[in-house]
Design a protein around this ligand. Structure first.
Ligand SMILES: Cc1cc2nc3c(=O)[nH]c(=O)nc-3n(C[C@H](O)[C@H](O)[C@H](O)COP(=O)(O)OP(=O)(O)OC[C@H]3O[C@@H](n4cnc5c(N)ncnc54)[C@H](O)[C@@H]3O)c2cc1C
Length: 499
């Protein structure tokens, strides 16, 4: 039994306190438990899941650790030390077996049919990387408070089932507020708030921060992002753990880097809405629109290789002559043929206060005024306050490029191009949106949070989006793998700290 720390009064004790119950928190808790620790998992929201429960549930794996390392190194562009990338590369090789093991508890297994055959970008090592999802099983309805993608709900159910099997203690509606630090700088526990009351939780061995990123912290986004504003998908991640780690002396890495595309934002909801092309790119799938700036000109490949990775970047331009962002918002322009292709957006939200189903033919959203409608391109331009001649010239050029099957301007894949020829025409405002942030407190290969000199802060670990390794480009399905691999390393090491 550990000696109690008498210089503080504690309300409750655990060996390892895990902050945040998404994939990273769930896996850290499971692993710390299996390594013999008494774990307390705290979550600020009334329900667990974070962004994790909304996700596609794609899990990246590798056939060869050296190839995966080569690929990850190129993806991070020097922002993350090699020694930190190597354990992730090794963990990627072990992912399938491990997910199989965890999935047995939920009576399911990975679905081999979902395999794609490569990583996101054509970097060396890409052909040794792939991703899996879990087979369908009744999971979606298990979480009535969250409406996201089915794959994430399945994978999260697997994690919840494993936490429950181990009877790991979970405290919901419990918000970590600060770390309690001893005289020698080591982390002793967490101060949290529950039902308006402060509680002090002693961590005999360590604290693992798994509290996600800062996508819903306006103050942090203002400091770290070039584009303003950038709207979030999930509301619960407000950078709390990052601030706590900073106060304990943590170094920060690649705070600018976020995983996001462009999407929609309406006053009715405090979160952003993703369009239906937001997943991995399908070069044979028509995308109905072009994007134009406030001058009516195209400025980007609207369907980039990984729409949720770099899709927001072309909107970030700050024009020094204008002293403004001419692409925030930008406008998505499409025609009647495009409108008829099906719902163009899907609301995903982990918050029971806000549920909304986009209409199948987009008509409800036209009536709401979210989608502007006009009989001609000229009239549409007037509605969105863009020069009609400029917009007409853009549409004319685009239609010619569609006929030629070649986007000479921005290299959009031919199979995704769709002309603007059938009235009525439509326009929607689009904004940069952040799915999840990738920067946060730097960590070492053992997932220990480090200070600016590279020295670990004693008894403080981090896993998942709070401290993602992805510092320049993203590997699709890599964030969840990182939650699993980083969470496993953090959980094991935290559990083997001395009491
Ligand atoms: C639509 C969508 C699809 C995606 N699809 C994929 C995919 O297929 N594959 C992939 O790899 N990645 C995907 N991602 C990204 C991936 O979902 C995330 O990177 C990952 O789930 C993050 O997990 P996490 O545990 O770090 O954070 P989260 O799941 O966000 O969990 C963090 C938790 O911490 C809680 N918290 C925050 N502050 C506190 C506090 N002070 N005290 C207590 N708790 C706190 C939050 O409420 C939250 O529950 C997708 C993202 C989106 C938005």
């Amino acid at each position: 039994m550990a000696a109690q720390d008498l210089s503080h009064s504690w309300d409750t004790y655990a060996d390892v306190v895990v902050v945040g119950y998404g994939f990273a928190g769930g896996i850290s808790a499971i692993t710390a438990h299996d390594a013999g620790a008494k774990v307390l998992l705290i979550e600020k929201m009334p329900h667990p899941g974070g962004i994790s429960i909304l996700s596609g549930g794609g899990v990246a794996f590798a056939r060869n650790a050296e190839s995966a390392f080569t690929y990850l190194k190129r993806t991070c562009n020097g922002t993350t030390p090699d020694e930190v990338l190597r354990p992730l590369a090794q963990g990627m090789v072990e992912m399938i077996d491990w997910v199989k093991e965890l999935a047995k508890v939920s009576g399911t297994e990975p679905a081999q049919s979902e395999v794609r055959g490569h990583g996101t970008y054509p970097f060396p090592g890409t052909n040794d990387i792939d991703s899996i999802k879990l087979k369908d099983f009744p999971a979606y309805d298990a979480f009535p408070w969250a409406k996201g993608l089915r794959g994430g709900a399945r994978l999260f159910k697997m994690v919840v089932d494993n936490v429950a099997l181990r009877t790991i203690e979970v405290a919901l509606s419990t918000t970590a507020k600060s770390l309690v630090i001893g005289h020698d700088g080591e982390v002793l526990g967490v101060t949290a708030e529950r039902s308006g009351k402060e509680i002090k939780i002693r961590s005999r061995k360590a604290v693992i921060l798994c509290s996600g990123g800062f996508e819903n912290s306006p103050a942090m986004k203002l400091q770290y992002f070039q584009a303003q504003p950038v709207y979030p998908v999930y509301l619960g991640n407000t950078g709390d753990g990052i601030l706590m780690a900073q106060k304990a002396g943590a170094a920060l890495w690649h705070m600018w880097h976020f995983h996001g595309g462009y999407g929609f934002k309406y006053p009715e909801f405090p979160f952003a809405i993703r369009h239906v092309w937001a997943g991995p790119r399908n070069e044979k799938r028509k995308m109905i629109w072009i994007a134009v700036d406030r001058f009516g000109k195209r400025f980007m490949n609207e369907y980039p290789p990984a729409p949720q990775d770099t899709g927001a970047r072309p909107l970030e331009l700050y024009d020094a002559d204008l002293q403004d962002y001419p692409r925030i918002p930008c406008y998505l322009i499409f025609d009647e043929e495009g409108r008829k292709l099906g719902p163009l957006a899907m609301v995903i939200v982990n918050d029971e206060r806000y549920h909304y189903k986009w209409s199948a033919d987009n008509q409800v959203e036209i009536q709401k005024g979210w989608i502007k409608k006009a009989g001609s391109i000229d009239e549409l331009a007037t509605q969105i306050n863009v020069d009609p001649q400029a917009l007409a010239a853009t549409a004319w050029r685009w239609n010619n490029q569609c006929s030629a099957g070649m986007d000479d301007d921005f290299h959009r894949p031919p199979g995704t191009m769709m002309a603007l020829t059938h009235p009525p025409f439509y326009a929607m405002e689009a904004w940069p949106i952040v799915s999840n942030t990738q920067g946060g407190p730097a960590h070492d290969p053992q997932q220990r949070v480090v200070d600016p000199m590279g020295k670990p802060i004693a008894r403080l670990y981090a896993a998942g989006d709070i401290s993602s390794v992805f510092g320049h480009l993203y590997l699709e399905a890599g964030n969840i793998t990182e939650c699993f691999v980083g969470g496993r390393i953090a959980g094991k090491n935290a559990a083997t700290e001395t009491s």
